[in-house]
Design a protein around this ligand. Sequence first.
Ligand SMILES: O=C(CO)[C@@H](O)[C@H](O)COP(=O)(O)O
Length: 235
Amino acid sequence: MTYGSNALRQAVLRANQVIPEAGLAQLTWGNVSGVDREGGYYLIKPSGVRYDDLTEDQLVPVDLRTGQVLAGDLRPSVDSESHRAFYLAWPSIGGVTHTHSTHAVAFAQANRDIPLLGTTHADTFNGPVPVTRGLTADECATDYELNTGRVIVELIGDDASAAAMPAALVANHGPFTWGATPGKSVEHAIICEAVAEMALKTLALNPAATIPDHLAERHFKRKHGPGAYYGNPKA
Ligand SMILES: O=C(CO)[C@@H](O)[C@H](O)COP(=O)(O)O
């Protein structure tokens, strides 16, 4: 049985190929998935496979309810359970990306939110890109990947919040992003890394840098609509 429409397989493959093209990861430190909700599964990058060797047939189908591999001999990305946690929590998302992009990881390792300092950030994210709490020793020991997804869902909240803030940093680890499609999720990963680098350099020039809230809100709502939820819980 072939899992995934041609469109979904091509979208997941293409989104994974964007990771090295955009400089979001070294080696295989990143992965993208896409979900088929009617079919009850998602397709995810296989673990350890280099991007330039990746083919559609190698994408691993994973059962959305159980997390079990549905076909093939390749192992899914080690982050598969984190991706699954987001699909189960947020019905509106269709794709998830995880990377170790340098500047976003710097904020994650520093346990710092990526602050909202400019309109580039406000166009996409409704406030600071939040960093999660650290996972407890028990959460790390039992099911690190699923618990990683759970602490992000706990931090971001409901489906509407996830649409307004399609990114989060896992403390001491790195960014996860999501979106309506695999392509949008990796686009949010690109934007997350770009605003992290901008913020780092802005704060180096002016540690007291800020943006007027009315300017940030205007830019966010210009892109997301007047009714969009602005101001995340950690804003
Ligand atoms: O976050 C991690 C490891 O900490 C992963 O993203 C790896 O960096 C890539 O693992 P695979 O997707 O190749 O299994």
